[in-house]
Design a protein around this ligand. Structure first.
Ligand SMILES: *Cc1c(COP(=O)(O)O)cnc(C)c1O
Ligand SMILES: [Zn+2]
Length: 421
């Protein structure tokens, strides 16, 4: 059963039938999926959801598909890690990491949006899927397309990390690298989508794709025991995930799954590409595009499609935005690894570093619940941290050589604040 009623322009309110369409024909505003919330409220309960398989489709009434899920049956429902050692370091009481670095099958939050978009592409009868990507989206579209048996074209900037390029190539899509940045890639793909009529998951299927990001928010609330976090720090690239987590929280309240409670949402960006945070600091909703220059390539989008909606969602929640330098991002990656044993990519280093900054600024109080979004995996971007990792010490396979090394180094200290689990 589906509760989807159609598409609607977010600017002028014009309604459309469900189709592979992302902009309004009258005002060029973005289209959004509409639902029958009263019907959903009558159909779902905490118990029905809890009894379902642990994947993102457990919230299917709030997702824009009209048939059975075709893909993503192992995606989503990633851990919400109680981060006690990181909390101690940051001097806060209640801290969690929502860890999409272990999302199936391509280790980023993009497995959520792609599961929904590709299921929709199959429903709509497409045989070819495509995307404009900073890396993670390409990985996820390539993998899900392989499993669904669809033809796949991906478009990326020509300066991506090797792990991201190989991480798509292994699934044998047609990969096209564009000399330029993501914004150049996206511009070209809009023209290709028009001409070739493929399912571009983040262009003509964008209304469905973005809905998949709500599942990150649904899971956080469910994993907190059907409660909203008081503070949540979320990275911003094109501006999908942040407003969709805000929407997820509102929907959970609307359909009676959680009680209404204040939940402040903060946008995290790299200083080398912070068009949304800059606008928040100017107290403006006009985004001035920037030319990205940061190691956080997966979130380096200088002209974010949905940046305006990030600003609106942050404002409505009573949150804020902050950016951090590349050095702070690297320190954030190390901090999370050292305290929680989680290896994230620079996007996650960004949210960790921004959370630290917001706590130090006093914007996030130390005694309230905080969720840090970790959206991608560090094994894909080893270039970012490799220079700061000590080289292994090479010795012959002889006990006396190890003894000598051990004595020379001195005994390494045990952590004084080990926690259980
Ligand atoms: C795509 C991406 C994001 C966020 O992108 P939005 O377009 O703002 O949703 C965050 N982190 C990682 C690792 C990503 O790949
Ligand atoms: Zn319109």
């Amino acid at each position: 059963m589906s509760f989807v009623t159609g598409l609607k322009c977010r600017e002028c309110g014009e309604s459309y039938e469900i189709a592979a369409l992302n902009v309004c024909e009258y005002c060029f505003g973005p289209l959004e999926v509409q639902y029958d919330y009263a019907g959903i409220k009558a159909a779902v309960s905490r118990e029905t959801i809890e009894a379902r398989p642990q994947n993102l489709w457990r919230y299917r009434e709030l997702l824009p598909i009209e048939t059975e899920p075709r893909i993503g049956l192992y995606s989503g429902y990633t851990p919400l890690v109680k981060a006690e050692r990181l909390a101690a370091e940051l001097g806060v009481d209640e801290l969690y990491v929502k860890d999409d670095s272990v999302n199936h099958p391509t280790f980023s939050y993009k497995d959520r949006v792609v599961s929904v978009a590709i299921t929709k592409a199959i429903e709509l009868g497409f045989d070819t899927v495509s995307c404009a990507s900073t890396g993670n989206l390409a990985n996820s579209v390539s993998a899900h397309a392989a499993r669904a048996g669809l033809r796949c074209f991906i478009f990326i900037p020509d300066n991506l990390e090797q792990g991201k390029v190989i991480g798509s190539g292994i699934y044998k899509p047609t990969t096209v690298a564009i000399s330029g940045n993501y914004d150049d890639v996206n511009r070209l793909c809009t023209e290709i989508a028009d001409k070739y009529k493929w399912a571009f998951v983040n262009i003509n299927l964008r209304p469905f794709y973005t809905e998949g990001a709500k599942t990150y928010g649904f899971e956080v609330a469910e994993q907190l025991g059907w409660k909203l976090p008081q503070h949540m720090v979320i990275p911003t690239a094109g501006g999908t995930i942040l407003p969709k987590v805000a929407k997820a929280f509102e929907e959970l309240i609307d359909v009676g799954l959680v009680d209404a409670a204040p939940s402040r949402i903060y946008s995290a960006q790299a200083g080398g590409c912070a068009p949304v945070v800059n606008a928040i600091h100017r107290k403006s909703d006009l985004i001035e595009p920037v030319k990205p220059n940061t190691i956080a390539k997966s979130i380096a989008i200088g002209n974010p499609a949905d940046g305006y909606y990030v600003i609106k969602a942050v404002e409505k929640s009573g949150g804020w935005g902050e950016s951090v330098t590349d050095d702070e991002i690297i320190a954030g990656i190390h901090l999370l690894a050292r305290t929680e044993g989680i290896f994230t990519e620079p996007a996650g280093g960004t949210t960790v570093a921004v959370t630290k900054k917001l706590i130090e600024q006093g914007r996030i109080p130390r005694d309230e619940s905080i969720v840090i979004s970790v959206t991608g995996n560090g094994y894909k971007t080893i270039e970012a941290v490799a220079p700061g990792i000590p080289k292994p010490q090479v010795i012959p396979a002889k006990l006396s050589d190890f003894d000598a090394l051990y004595e020379a180094a001195g005994e390494p200290p045990l952590s004084d604040k080990a926690v259980n689990g």
